[in-house]
Unconditional design. Structure first.
Length: 216
């Protein structure tokens, strides 16, 4: 991992911590000292997830694939339960913060020249893939924070995040340059988008089922 990416990750970690603290009223039972610990754990889990996903996609280590941060973080964040914070609340806290980290990582993409968009000859310009994906991440973050303030939405934010990101990335991935089939005719980003949407739907269904059981 080069110095540039480490700086971006460091900035993203600080930004996630600030966002978590700004949302503290929604998590009154989490002691303040746990927020920086959770932000660092989330960064470590995200990095590990991206490296693992890159290995799954290519068969070797040495790169990153952001979908790993989305799909593997729910498992890699399980040690956070040692802080005696309910797992569902940990993931509620993580979902908008992860969107913010994605926006920071798009800055790294711009500086590194990766994840660029296709040239659209009919429109006469290159699709600004990195900037659009950054904007979409911030829009999803804002939407998740809005959902968080609705009644009876506990333990659902990560499920919504999976669906929102999966749906938008499925569309945007077709505008990336150099994508190749990974499963059938689907590039990796499109395939993992469908997995994320399915996982998110299962997450929300399971949460709703638990809520109904508690009401009985």
């Amino acid at each position: 991992m080069n110095a540039q990416r480490m700086v971006v990750l460091g900035g993203g970690t600080v930004a996630m911590l600030i966002l978590m603290l700004l949302r503290r009223k929604s998590f009154p039972n989490i002691q303040i000292w746990k927020f920086p610990v959770l932000s660092i754990l989330l960064t470590c889990a995200g990095v590990a997830g991206t490296m693992l996903m890159y290995y799954i996609e290519t068969g070797h280590f040495g790169g990153t694939s952001f979908f790993g941060a989305i799909l593997f973080v729910p498992v890699l964040m399980l040690p956070a339960c040692l802080l005696r914070v309910p797992y569902g609340r940990v993931m509620d806290l993580c979902a908008p913060a992860e969107c913010l980290m994605l926006a920071f990582m798009k800055v790294d993409c711009m500086l590194s020249g990766c994840c660029i968009g296709k040239y659209l000859p009919t429109l006469g310009f290159q699709f600004p893939s990195q900037a659009i994906e950054m904007l979409v991440a911030l829009v999803i973050m804002s939407l998740l924070i809005w959902i968080e303030r609705r009644p009876l939405k506990r333990n659902t934010l990560y499920g919504h995040y999976l669906i929102f990101y999966g749906a938008t990335r499925f569309v945007l991935n077709w505008f990336r340059y150099g994508v190749k089939p990974f499963v059938w005719v689907l590039p990796a980003g499109n395939f993992w988008s469908l997995v994320a949407i399915a996982f998110g739907a299962v997450w929300l269904a399971a949460t709703a089922k638990r809520s109904r059981r508690k009401e009985r």
